[in-house]
Design a protein around this ligand. Sequence first.
Ligand SMILES: [Zn+2]
Length: 244
Amino acid sequence: MTGGFPLKVSDRTKAPAGASVQSSAKVSDQALAKASDPPSKRPVAAPATISAKTPVQNPAKVLVAAPATYAENRVKVGVYGSLPSDSPLLVPVATTTGRSRQRMHVVAASKLAAMSEAVLSSLGFSLLVASGWRPHRWTSFEQYRQSLIEKYKKPGLTDDEAFRLGRTYLAFDSPHETGLAADFGCGGLLPVSATITKQRTTALWKWLRDNAWSFGFTPYISEPWHWECNIPLSVFRSGKEKIA
Ligand SMILES: [Zn+2]
């Protein structure tokens, strides 16, 4: 009884496969016949009539219907690696007042400058970065683990539990290490968790939500101040947007 079942399945899978081969052979025969007809004999009116009656075949409508403009495209340190402090790929960016001069990857900085111009003409102020590139802060994974245990250990928690708790607050590596991430510190945005809800009501956040994608910046949805510029690895390494 159990032995009969696979046979049936295999019969069923064979049948449509055979039919499919047959029908695609027929289609391609028809296509060949049409292609070999002189242009005057081809039914040119038919496809135009069909697309006019079927909205889904209108490419413009399809593009407008599904824009993925506010979506994460996370920068992963494992892909790019951490930039060292003396990397020639790091350049200064406009920085929030009172903070030390921030730097970002040269390509991200250039996209940021273009976006800042657009923010200036829409909202009347420029983009300022509160935190751009940051150095990798751990000498090893073990040192990272020990630091978190030290910081988050409390009565009733094992070392592993303290470590797991700490990891939810402090990642081993951060996209900031690539120079492709920015925490904005302007227009009501700033890297402070307590005001997340309020930050999402600012004109700047709404502008970024609607427009940042067109300048190559994508959100980290949990943190309204944190935006990332995910670029191809070749562009990251060369520091040049277009390789001549
Ligand atoms: Zn950040």
